[in-house]
Design a protein around this ligand. Structure first.
Ligand code: ZN
Ligand code: MN
Length: 488
């Protein structure tokens, strides 16, 4: 259909496990991968008569994230029961927040391919408890592990401001970077620390009229790839469904889908339930929370510069490519180590090259972050300055970096000890140049007067000088002297 145009509309719901020591309403330890049902107590088992107590750190982590997402933080917030029956939820209700979430109306800035950023509005963020985990690997029986029940879960809901699968992926990754920078979650996808649920539909313009396709919510996606692919798949499916049957929002309701990773397609699960189906009501076992200015101010003090802000700043102020800026800001330790080194007066591009080409690889091999290699910011700055000043060659700088990473030490001393100091003394180099010129009359002649062989002859003479200096002459100065003496 030539006269058909469409816009992709996606909102996202994200659940993030918070990295507190204990569960949200009891003292059970949060432990991933332990023997089933070894971190449970009457509260998280939902025993009658047991009483929940709020984990203050869980709320503080949530507020900190809310602040980083530019949300308004409520002065008063409370807990509600969301009723539903499922074997992994022994109480038959989930403690959540309904009409008075702790934060609302923020935005998250995401990086786009173009190097620009885009603001995606946040509708709300609230805190709730996670359920246990059902497994279905015992033949006719299912097993339930309640170690996870009661894990603090931060739910973040965006407005439908994303317009492509790529933007959805970018938001998911940006949120992971934010929670890791803040230290409120490990954001480990493999451990289910982040789960995504995109709401997708299309606004189709056909013959000047706009049609909206029914919204699909894809549940429980736990990888960036699955998020992006399920959105892309839904776009194709909804477009085909509209072209075939003309189905629109008025005719179809919002429906819930799962993602089949083997078949790479979404699978219809059920029609969407409404809020009233959950019979929300205030939890009488938990006191509401007053968030006063002093407490909020104290939490604000824990905010750090956000990754996207650092990335933009590195590109703008330090002249790095967006790619390099992205690599350096992937984790907070690397970003701050880089930034701190540059602030000591080292050249940003030089430090970036040393860190991204050598440092990250070494750190990765050792399973540590870059700042945990045995190199201080001071010594890295010093090394960068030595390389820029021609005291050591670029390849020598790499060698020195590797030595420092392994055994620590001062770059100047290492350069000395390993005979890596470049000779930049013009007088000393001039003597070598003169000797080489005297010994190679033919090459000198070609360099001066033979336009065909001149370049090659020049390279030969250069090589001879470097050889005579045992590779220690500063090539810049050698080249300058040769040009000068040969008048080319
Ligand atoms: Zn417990
Ligand atoms: Mn939820």
């Amino acid at each position: 259909m030539a006269d058909l145009d469409y816009k992709v509309i996606v909102g996202l719901e994200i659940h993030v496990h918070l990295a507190t020591k204990t569960k949200i309403f009891c003292g059970c330890e949060l432990a991933y991968g332990d023997t089933a049902n070894t971190h449970v107590c009457p509260v998280c088992l939902g025993m009658p008569g047991s009483l929940p107590v709020m984990n203050k750190t869980a709320l503080e982590y949530s507020i900190l994230t809310g602040l980083a997402l530019n949300c308004e933080i409520a002065k008063f917030t409370k807990w509600d029961r969301k009723s539903y029956y499922y074997p992994d939820l022994p109480k038959n209700y989930q403690i959540s927040q309904y009409d008075l979430p702790f934060s609302e109306h923020g935005y998250i800035e995401i990086p786009l391919e173009s190097g620009e950023t885009k603001k995606i509005r946040i509708l709300r963020a609230h805190l709730e408890e996670d359920a246990g985990k059902n497994t279905h690997t015992l033949g006719n029986f299912s097993a339930i592990d309640l170690n996870r029940a009661g894990t603090p879960l931060l739910e973040i809901v965006t407005e439908p401001d994303m317009n492509s699968a790529e933007e959805v992926g970018a938001l998911a990754r940006e949120l992971q970077r934010i929670v890791r920078y803040l230290g409120v979650s490990e954001g480990d996808m493999q451990k289910g620390h982040m789960r995504f649920e995109p709401n997708i539909n299309l606004h189709i313009t056909k013959n000047g009229e706009v049609f909206k396709t029914p919204i699909s919510e894809v549940k429980n996606l736990n990888s960036f790839r699955a998020v992006e692919r399920s959105v892309a798949y839904e776009v194709r499916r909804q477009l085909a469904a509209f072209e075939e049957t003309g189905v629109t929002m008025q005719m179809g309701n919002k429906a819930t889908y799962g993602w089949d990773d083997d078949k790479q397609m979404t699978v219809l699960q059920r029609e969407k339930e409404e809020a009233h189906d959950y019979r929300y009501f205030p939890d009488p076992d938990l006191v509401p929370v007053d968030i006063d200015d002093a407490w909020l101010g104290e939490i604000k003090g824990r905010l750090c510069e956000l990754p996207i802000q650092m990335q933009v700043r590195f590109a703008k102020e330090y002249g790095l490519s967006d790619y390099d800026a992205g690599v350096l800001t992937a984790d907070r330790a690397t970003a701050e180590f880089f930034d701190g080194t540059v602030k000591l007066g080292a050249d940003a591009k030089r430090v970036c090259n040393l860190l991204t080409q050598t440092g990250l690889k070494l750190a990765n091999e050792k399973g540590v972050s870059v700042d945990q290699l045995r190199i201080s910011m001071e010594n890295l700055a010093k090394l960068a300055k030595m390389a820029d000043g021609g005291d050591v060659s670029a390849s020598a700088a790499t060698t020195i970096f590797e030595e420092m990473a392994e055994n620590g030490g001062d770059p100047a001393q290492i350069a000395e000890a390993k005979n890596l100091v470049q000779k930049s003394d013009a007088g000393e180099i001039e003597a070598l140049v003169d000797a080489v010129l005297a010994e190679n009359a033919k090459a000198v002649e070609d360099a001066k007067n033979n336009p065909k062989k001149g370049k090659k002859a020049m390279g030969f003479l250069m090589g001879q000088v470097m050889q005579k200096s045992k590779g220690q002459a500063n090539p810049k100065i050698v080249s300058q002297l040769l040009n000068q003496k040969l008048n080319v």
